[in-house]
Design a protein around this ligand. Structure first.
Ligand code: 1GP
Length: 271
């Protein structure tokens, strides 16, 4: 849920841009919508700034239900915070942005959509065709779109396979430079560097700093970030937003989840 003072989600992403921020990725296939809402409540308490909803193999029903229940939970939290008078000091709502795997998995309940093209896909499906198919739903539901270049590096994991990506080696500065310039010339608002969910190692800092030099929009980095040190490295190298997904799925103890997430988020935000 977009906080009241913002007119649109892109403004929120841009205005928060003085320090690196944290996004929590929820794959609707990995838990029930109710569990997802609980995890998000904890992530917000731990300091996350954004929720991304998506997964390589998710379907429309689970996306709709998950987004719906998270939004309802946030509304209730906000109402309760207002009643208790703590709303002024602590935000209880953050926007939900769709991070779609296909045109058939959209939701009208999200605040915005990463309107992505998988720049290094070999398939027209992920370069332009899914996007074309999505235009009807976006138009009819008046969804805010945020133009995003999506770039998958080795090992790429499941999303690399599904997206038929021509994976970029994490030592390949030359190709990274070319793609970063491409993203700049297309005037994308976001460039998302992806190692793949569950990657053994995150995107290295040389790749992040190369992109940061060339691309002037918001830089999202995700895939394999599990420790505060890894998150901090990405932040120092120039990531504007750090995305973690698996991390929130690896705890059944919510108290422990909150403290681990807090540690990681604090490491990103330390000056
Ligand atoms: C995947 O970048 C995200 O798109 C998050 O990856 O699940 O490894 O945190 P993890």
């Amino acid at each position: 849920m977009l906080p009241d003072q913002f007119e649109n989600t892109l403004d929120y992403l841009l205005l928060l841009n003085n320090t690196t921020k944290h996004a929590t990725l929820i794959d609707p296939e990995k838990q029930t919508p109710e569990e997802a809402a609980k995890i998000i409540q904890i992530a917000i308490e731990a300091g996350t700034d954004l929720i991304l909803i998506g997964g390589s193999t998710t379907n429309q029903n689970s996306v709709q239900e998950t987004v719906g229940i998270i939004q309802e939970t946030m509304e209730l939290q906000q109402w309760a915070a207002t009643q208790n008078g703590i709303f002024e000091n602590q935000s209880t709502t953050v926007p939900i942005i769709l991070f779609p795997n296909a045109s058939a998995t959209l939701s009208d309940k999200a605040d915005a959509l990463l309107f992505m093209t998988l720049l290094n896909s070999k398939s027209p499906k992920y370069l332009i065709k899914e996007q074309l198919n999505a235009t009807k739903f976006i138009f009819e539901n008046n969804i805010e779109t945020i133009s995003t270049g999506y770039l998958i590096f080795e090992p790429g994991m499941r999303v690399g396979e599904v997206g038929e990506a021509e994976l970029i080696k994490t030592s390949d500065i030359k190709t990274t430079t070319k793609y970063s310039r491409l993203a700049k010339y297309f005037n994308f608002k976001i460039l998302y560097l992806e190692a793949g969910s569950g990657a053994a190692k995150p995107i290295p800092k040389e790749i992040i700093s190369t992109t940061k030099k060339e691309f002037n929009g918001l830089l999202f980095v995700g895939g394999g970030i599990k420790t505060p040190q890894q998150a901090r490295n990405a932040s120092i190298a120039g990531a504007d937003w750090i995305v973690t997904g698996n991390l929130v799925e690896s705890f059944t103890d919510y108290k422990l989840l909150k403290s681990k997430l807090k540690e990681l988020i604090n490491a990103i935000k330390e000056p």
